[in-house]
Write a protein that binds this ligand. Structure first.
Ligand code: MN
Ligand code: MN
Length: 316
């Protein structure tokens, strides 16, 4: 009889969640009673669950020993996006529309954005985050032009950032979209990037992203909007370097995702330069009202005014 490992101590969190999603609560496919081979699975992720569940690969699913089972199998296709019919449940902060090149609404399965063809960056990117979005995908690193831009909108390419000293900084983070390789790849479109100072992108901004995912693992469902504001020059004559980066994180409970006056919000407004070196993201906490004032956008516009006033005036 094969010995089953203890899931909680051995399997990393991402695989554990994939296990729950793919196999139900710790149930393994019937073939494990006898002998599984790659032909028993439709998707690579299903084989991975079996590989990870047993010591020493008794089913020989990982012939090349790199830790990935049955690599010739296709990856699991995208499951239905969360609330696909309502990508902006709290309103459209800038009234972006699919026909306005200076405030262009683009809806993707993984996030929604308002893109400025004049600025060469998004005004904002909005996305939801809960554990459904986490899975086995690895960082795709396929930075590339966004094919969804209409005619008349200058196309930004990865090389526009080359040699500038600014990072291609994600607004919706790669690590927030690991359910499938396709989901992760979508975060590498250049419309999801801003020229970001390395001290901002790799330190305070990244630390807030990690804190955000911790909130999800603690049982919260999040609604996040992020962007770059102001101008400190342009890259390649077309990509605006924002003077500030900002982010708003609405923190809902997984079992009761309703906004009340007590719903906490993290809002930050950070200089996009090396002055943020050796600081903490908490040093940049502001109210949503502050970001509304600076950007001219109206967040949470579908909520009743008294409720907006309550949640937008708080500082986390
Ligand atoms: Mn307000
Ligand atoms: Mn508002």
């Amino acid at each position: 009889m094969l010995e089953l490992r203890n899931y909680h101590s051995v399997i990393p969190a991402t695989v554990f969640f994939a296990t729950l999603l793919l196999a139900g609560c710790n149930t393994l496919p019937a073939c494990v009673q006898d002998d599984c081979n790659c032909g028993d699975f439709t998707y690579q992720e299903e084989a991975q669950v079996v590989l990870d569940a047993f010591e020493g690969d008794p089913h020989r699913l990982d012939q090349d020993g790199n830790g990935r089972a049955c690599e010739s199998l296709p990856r699991q296709p995208n499951r239905a996006p969360i609330a696909a019919d309502d990508p902006l449940p709290y309103g459209n902060p800038s009234d972006a529309s699919p026909s306005d090149l200076s405030d262009l609404l683009i809806e993707k399965d993984q996030y929604t954005l308002a893109y400025s063809c004049d600025r060469g960056i998004a005004h904002w990117v909005a996305w939801r985050l809960n554990t459904d979005w986490f899975g086995p995908a690895e960082r795709n690193d396929d930075f590339r032009a966004d094919p969804d831009l209409p005619e008349g909108c200058p196309v930004v390419t990865p090389s526009d950032y080359r040699g500038s000293g600014f990072d291609r900084g994600h607004l919706a983070p790669s690590a927030d979209r690991t359910r499938s390789q396709a989901d992760n790849s979508a975060t590498f479109l250049m419309t999801n990037m801003i020229p970001q100072a390395p001290e901002n992108n790799r330190e305070v901004w990244r630390e807030l992203e990690e804190y955000t995912r911790d909130l999800v693992f603690e049982g919260h469902e999040l609604y996040i909007i992020a962007g770059g504001s102001g101008t400190q020059g342009k890259l390649a004559g077309k990509v605006t370097i924002p003077r500030y980066t900002w982010k708003i994180i609405l923190i809902l409970d997984d079992d009761n995702p309703t906004v009340t006056e007590d719903t906490p919000i993290i809002a930050v407004w950070m200089p996009n330069d090396d002055s943020v070196d050796d600081t903490d993201w908490q040093d940049y906490l502001v109210s949503v009202d502050k970001i509304e004032k600076e950007t001219g956008f109206d967040f949470f516009s579908v909520l009743a005014k008294p409720l907006q006033r309550a949640i937008e005036s708080q500082v986390y």
